[in-house]
Write a protein that binds this ligand. Structure first.
Ligand code: ZN
Ligand code: ZN
Length: 340
């Protein structure tokens, strides 16, 4: 038996002993070492995630170590090597998969969402979902997936050197957008209600950070861009007000990328879709090349990435982690750590 944390009901998590999954052909048994909590895990905990059926083991931001391999697995996947988990599935047959857009598979089952996740001592996964990495510090492996979602959004938005960019919402996804856009030479304006998150955004290269609670965001961005608006506006909050604001912030001939999920319907005045001839894009999950880009970037910035981790809980105290985040919403990333 292995220990796993389950979200049993709204506001209730508890450790359970669950049977070890059998190790089939092509599969690898991974000892979970670090696991980050995602906003989607918090939504599940609050009973606000319609994709999840309870009880569910949450967690899809996973760094670990290979414990054992099943038959037919490449010898590179040797016990003791460290891995980053790609927590999505792709059917290979839907239209997205056929176009090579595996991140948007119609039948995707993300770990911890549509199937049990990684907040456990071990998890068994197909070898092709594991990225070997023995060079990054182990606790940074859990940062790769959430940052890659932001990196993918920046790829979608075709952000280029010299672009002016606004990022609405500086949670971990917005921070990934910011970091990737800055790395491409864009000038990034960050917007958030939280002072801590704005400070962190500036630490990671935002040229301006606007307090959405006190300032008129559209007026301020207009002022900062000489009345033009931005080349690319990213929505990483998930509220109707920021969905429509992104349209207002984009320049004529600009682009809008939606990476946040709005739970409520959004009402638009659509004329600016046409008048500005906007490219409006959705962005979902991430591709292998986004993961690789994040890994390279983390290798470059080294210890600086530690600033993205707000709090670490030992695995034994994982029950406290979601309630803690619920009452400390300014926390950017909470990581659970398991000793070897
Ligand atoms: Zn996530
Ligand atoms: Zn598919």
């Amino acid at each position: 038996m292995i220990r796993a944390l389950m979200i049993e009901a709204e506001n209730m998590t508890r450790f359970h002993d669950v049977a070890e999954a059998p190790l089939g052909a092509g599969q690898v048994r991974v000892g979970v070492r670090h696991i980050g909590l995602c906003g989607s895990d918090l939504n599940t905990f609050k009973g606000l995630n319609p994709l999840v059926k309870l009880p569910r083991i949450p967690g899809h931001e996973i760094g670990g170590e290979i414990l054992a391999v099943g038959p037919g697995v490449d010898s590179a996947y040797a016990p003791g090597r460290r891995v980053i988990v790609m927590p999505y599935t792709n059917c290979g047959e839907c239209t997205s998969c056929r176009k090579g857009r595996l991140n948007a598979c119609r039948y995707n089952k993300t770990l911890g969402v549509q199937q049990d996740g990684g907040l456990a001592e071990e998890i068994v996964l197909p070898a092709e979902k594991l990225i070997l990495n023995d060079t990054l510090p182990p606790h940074h492996l859990a940062l790769v997936e959430p940052l890659s979602v932001g990196f993918h959004a920046v790829e979608r938005g075709r952000v280029a050197k010299g672009d002016r960019v606004v990022v609405l919402g500086c949670g971990m996804i917005g921070m990934g957008v910011l970091i990737a856009a800055v790395a491409r030479g864009a000038e990034v304006i960050a917007v958030d209600l939280s002072e801590e998150k704005r400070a962190l955004a500036q630490q990671f290269g935002a040229v301006q950070a606007i307090d959405a609670g006190r300032e008129d965001v559209v007026a301020r961005v207009s002022e900062l861009t000489g009345d033009d608006g931005v080349d690319v506006a990213f929505e990483a909050v998930g509220l109707p007000a920021t969905f429509t604001q992104a349209i207002d912030l984009a320049c004529f001939g600009g682009r809008v990328v939606y990476v946040g999920y709005s739970k409520a319907p959004v009402t638009y005045q659509t004329q600016f879709f046409n008048l500005k001839e906007l490219d409006i894009m959705g962005s979902r999950n991430a591709l292998m090349r986004d993961f690789q880009n994040v890994i390279s970037h983390l290798a470059e910035i080294g210890d600086k990435a530690d600033a993205l981790i707000s709090k670490v809980f030992p695995f034994e105290e994982a029950e406290k982690a979601l309630p803690y985040w619920d009452s400390n919403r300014n926390a950017l990333k909470i990581v659970i750590e398991r000793g070897a």
